[in-house]
Ligand binder design. Structure first.
Ligand code: NI
Length: 248
C-alpha cells in the first residue's frame, strides 16, 4: 500500500491496528558501463514494494538520494553529504513518529547509507525516546540471498555495479546495457574487500583513477533478468520475515 496513494483518513485508520511502515532507500550514482544510475533505488524499491504487499504494510516514498561522494567524478552521480542524509532521515522518522508510527523499517540498496542512517537512529532515540524503533537492512544482507548470489556469480559479484543488483534492474525494467565487456575483469583481493566493503572508499578523483569504468571488482556482464527474478524473490522472502520479526 503506497503511502502516496492513500488519503489521510486511510492512514489514520491504518494506525489504529498497525504502527509499522517500510521505506526503501537507495542512491543516484554511476553503476559502471552497463548498470543504471538509479540501480540502488530501483532494487530497494522492487524489494520493498513486494514486502509491503505481503505484510499489508504502508510503503513510504523511496529515498532515491544517498551518500555516494566517492562516485561524484562520474557524471550523473548526485550525492548527499552524510550529515544531510542524517538530517533527512531524522525529519522523515520524526514526522512519522509524531503521528503514531513506532516501527520504521528501511529496505536499503546502498552500502554508503548504512552508517549515516544508524547514526541518525541513535540521535532519534536520544531525542524522542519512547517506543520508537528503526531498522535499516540491505536486501543482500540475508544468508539466503548471499548464498544465491555466490551460486550465480561467485567472485564476479565484486563490490560495485554487481551482477546481482544489475540482474534485479533487468528483471524489473526489462532493459539491458549494451557496453562491451572488457577482456580482463579484475578480481579484488581479500584485504581490499575487508577495507572497502560497504562503500567505504576515499575521495572521488582517486576512486575514478583506481576504477576507471566505475565497477569495483564486479563482472556486471554476468547479470541476467532470470537471475534477478530469483534474487529478488529470495530478498523479498528474507526481508518480509525480518520485517515481521522487527514488529514483534
Ligand atoms: Ni549499487
Amino acid at each position: 500500500m503506497k503511502l502516496q496513494h492513500q488519503t489521510w483518513p486511510d492512514v489514520e485508520a491504518y494506525l489504529k491496528s498497525k504502527t509499522g511502515i517500510i521505506i526503501p532507500c537507495g542512491s543516484t550514482e554511476q553503476h559502471g558501463p552497463v548498470g543504471m544510475i538509479g540501480t540502488d533505488a530501483i532494487c530497494a524499491e522492487a524489494v520493498a514494494v513486494r514486502v509491503a504487499d505481503t505484510a499489508k504494510a504502508l510503503l513510504a516514498p523511496t529515498l532515491t538520494l544517498g551518500q555516494a561522494q566517492f562516485n561524484l567524478s562520474f557524471p550523473g552521480t548526485i550525492s548527499l553529504r552524510a550529515k544531510t542524509l542524517m538530517a533527512l532521515t531524522r525529519d522523515v522518522v520524526a514526522s512519522l513518529a509524531g503521528q503514531g508510527f513506532t516501527h520504521i523499517y528501511f529496505v536499503n540498496g546502498h552500502g554508503g547509507n548504512i552508517a549515516p542512517l544508524q547514526a541518525a537512529f541513535q540521535d532519534l532515540y536520544r531525542d524522542l525516546g519512547g517506543d520508537l524503533r528503526c531498522r535499516i537492512r540491505s536486501w543482500w544482507d540475508h544468508p539466503s540471498v548471499a548464498e544465491l548470489v555466490v551460486r550465480h556469480f561467485g567472485d564476479g559479484e565484486g563490490l560495485h555495479a554487481t551482477p546481482s543488483e544489475i540482474s534485479i534492474t533487468q528483471a524489473v525494467l526489462h532493459a539491458v546495457g549494451s557496453a562491451e565487456r572488457p577482456t580482463n575483469i579484475e578480481t579484488l583481493d581479500t584485504a581490499f574487500i575487508r577495507d572497502h566493503s560497504g562503500d567505504n572508499h576515499f575521495d572521488a578523483d582517486s576512486h575514478r583513477d583506481q576504477f576507471p569504468d566505475g565497477r569495483v571488482g564486479s563482472d556486471s556482464w554476468l547479470a541476467t533478468a532470470a537471475a534477478g527474478e530469483q534474487i529478488l524473490a529470495a530478498a523479498v522472502d528474507a526481508t518480509a520475515a525480518d520485517y515481521a520479526f522487527f514488529l514483534t
